[in-house]
Design a binder for this molecule. Structure first.
Ligand code: 5GP
Length: 113
């Protein structure tokens, strides 16, 4: 299967503004930010979407959230933030490599569009 744009970022083949990396994931700023802080937290394992996770991925999914919490603190998002997994066409997913959005730095609307 062809590498996704996120796999190319993880593999260092194309540049990104990386704010965190560890053995399980890489977090970098979204190229088209929807809020003053918009970061994508991406597992190194190329899982296509939330629909594709397995029971064995539960620790990894939890890790993505603890990274989101820590990056939010690093970014000074002291008054709140949002985490989102878009899944599939109706969910608005455009890159088929699982990623957790971290958004903050402004009042976020609810419900989302
Ligand atoms: P999705 O729509 O799949 O939930 O989110 C994909 C996100 O990836 C979008 O917010 C989009 O702006 C971002 N994105 C797409 N291509 C690139 C890229 O090459 N670099 C970075 N940093 N972000 C990207």
């Amino acid at each position: 299967m062809a590498k996704t744009i996120f796999q190319k970022i993880i593999d260092g083949e194309i540049p990104a503004d990386i704010v965190h990396e560890d053995d399980q994931c890489v977090a970098f700023r979204d190229a088209n930010p929807q809020a003053p802080t918009h970061i994508l937290i991406v597992p190194r394992t190329p899982i296509p979407s939330l629909d594709d996770i397995t029971d064995e991925d539960e620790p990894l999914i939890g890790h993505l959230f603890t990274v989101a919490r820590d990056v939010a603190a690093d970014e000074g998002l002291d008054t709140g933030y949002r985490t989102v997994f878009n899944c599939g066409a109706d969910g608005g997913q455009s890159v088929d490599h699982l990623h957790l959005h971290l958004l903050g730095g402004r009042q976020l609307d609810w419900p989302p569009g």
